[in-house]
Design a protein around this ligand. Structure first.
Ligand SMILES: [Zn+2]
Length: 383
């Protein structure tokens, strides 16, 4: 149940509104009411002192797999959502047009966490582990268009995996077909990049403003860096025309070395999707907060990293100003984080270790004003 609540004296970081100050946040009727300093409120209203903690808009994980039972990689949305301080998760292609509606009924509507979807261009989604785009007949074009039209609030993009294990001998063809589908549906194409073929350059050529690349900092051959360790001209040109780059950690798709080189050249991710699923929950991914902590360990500033998981993700979803914001009037999705300090050793997908001084630890989350307290304290946090 949503409660009226005043969060008092927290460090409010809302990059979408350019806010970073110590202040108060008033939540009423499940919505953000006021944000400011030394707010006075009616007697009887619950006030919670969160001094020393960070208040952010509810975090958004742009890349998850939350369709358990039907895909064997899925986990329940609330496990990786509100249970980890995340108020919105985006399922990246677990379902296609043939199994989207069961997903909506059995899982999406039953979850406290807001679940949005990148619909797989392949009609069956990810019910098989590989090869879903190795036959162009698997792309359910008309049916997918229909679903996007019927559920515009939930389906926010079309997902396609551009890896040799997925497209078989077809090279870039299935990705071009998926792009055509996304274009006709009027929503972004979200492309997973991995082992060639297709080559990254030919995939990028298909992408336009608002389309999204995920697994951007993988360490496999054929990634975003050229031989000299600098981002490829094609990658920079894609960013220049408005293509977005998501982190998409996953079991095998985030490499500290790639990230370090790219960051040195000023090439940061736009969003910080985890690609969390059953096989990487216990490492190397753990959670969105841990993935964000790895970016801190790589030298990025806290507000920059929070922007990627709030305003940046919201704008990639076409929902800027509606989610990922503490703007008065919007649904009260809020994350309260503790910034643990100490010595933390993080791991990427290649098994490389990286020492960091900070660990973001969610202690409370509000979804539409409904409060979930998380057990975490710095001593018990897992990473
Ligand atoms: Zn994924």
């Amino acid at each position: 149940m949503a409660v009226d609540l005043l969060l008092r004296s927290g460090r409010i970081i809302d990059p979408g509104q350019g806010l970073d100050f110590v202040g108060d946040l008033l939540i009423e009727d499940g919505r953000i009411r006021t944000i400011g300093q030394h707010l006075t409120v009616n007697e009887g209203l619950t006030a919670l002192d969160v001094s020393g903690l960070i208040i952010t808009p509810g975090l958004i994980d742009l890349h998850t797999h939350v369709y358990p039972g039907v895909t064997n990689l899925g986990v329940m949305p609330d496990t990786v959502g509100v249970g980890m301080g995340v108020t919105t998760v985006v399922d990246a292609g677990s379902a296609g047009s043939r199994n989207f509606e069961p997903f909506l009924e059995t899982t999406i509507r039953e979850s406290q966490t807001r679940v949005l979807v990148f619909l797989n261009a392949a009609g069956d989604g990810l019910i098989r582990e590989k090869g879903e785009l190795a036959d162009l007949r698997n792309v359910t074009f008309a049916e997918s268009l229909e679903k996007v039209k019927d559920y515009p609030g939930v389906i926010r993009g079309i997902k396609a995996r551009a890896s040799a294990s997925v497209v078989g001998d077809l090279g870039v063809k299935p990705i071009a077909l998926a792009k055509d589908l996304a274009f006709q549906a009027g929503i972004p194409l979200v492309v997973h990049i991995g082992n060639a073929p297709p080559r990254l350059e030919e995939v990028l050529e298909l992408l336009q403003r608002g389309d999204i690349v995920t697994h951007s900092f993988h360490g496999k051959p054929g990634g975003i860096l050229g031989a000299g360790g600098e981002p490829l001209p094609e990658v920079l040109a894609a960013r220049e025309r408005g293509v977005l780059f998501d982190l998409g950690h996953g079991t095998s798709s985030f490499c500290f070395h790639t990230a370090r080189k790219a960051f040195q050249a000023g090439f940061l991710p736009d969003t910080v999707g985890t690609d969390i699923y059953s096989q990487n929950l216990a490492g190397p991914v753990f959670s969105l907060a841990v993935t964000m902590s790895k970016l801190l360990a790589l030298g990025l500033e806290l507000p920059t990293v929070i922007a990627m998981a709030t305003a940046g993700a919201a704008s990639a979803l076409g929902l800027a100003g509606t989610v990922g914001t503490l703007r008065p009037g919007v649904e009260a999705d809020v994350t309260v984080l503790q910034l643990c300090q100490g010595g933390f050793s993080f791991s990427d997908s290649e098994g490389e270790r990286l020492d960091g001084r900070y660990l973001l630890n969610p202690v409370m989350v509000l979804r539409k004003g409904e409060v979930t307290r998380l057990s975490g304290d710095c001593e018990r946090a897992r990473w």
